[in-house]
Write a protein of this length. Structure first.
Length: 94
């Protein structure tokens, strides 16, 4: 499971549109969709529902499974970053 794909999914959950998520990840709209599709295929369940609420702008709303997974994934990424920073500083927790 690629952390960049997880970060993109978290950003999409936050912004709800691929355009906003793409800006934050320095990707194209299609790049965001490709990452989400890949992650959903790997997980075996959809992370987002695609809805069009009255205009032509599509919103991506997390499914119940998506919320659970992305909340856990967000915590996991935070822990990975904390570990990376501690490793750089040479700290070892015992």
């Amino acid at each position: 499971m690629r952390t960049d794909h997880i970060r993109t999914a978290i950003r999409l959950m936050e912004y709800k549109t691929t355009i906003k998520a793409a800006e934050g990840e320095h990707l194209t709209h299609q790049g965001v969709l490709d990452r989400i599709d890949s992650l959903e295929e790997e997980l075996g369940f959809p992370l987002f529902r695609r809805v069009v609420p009255g205009g032509n702008r599509r919103l991506y709303l997390p499914t119940d499974q998506g919320v659970v997974f992305l909340l856990w994934a967000s915590q996991a990424l935070a822990m990975l970053e904390e570990g990376r920073l501690e490793a750089i500083e040479g700290k070892v927790k015992k």
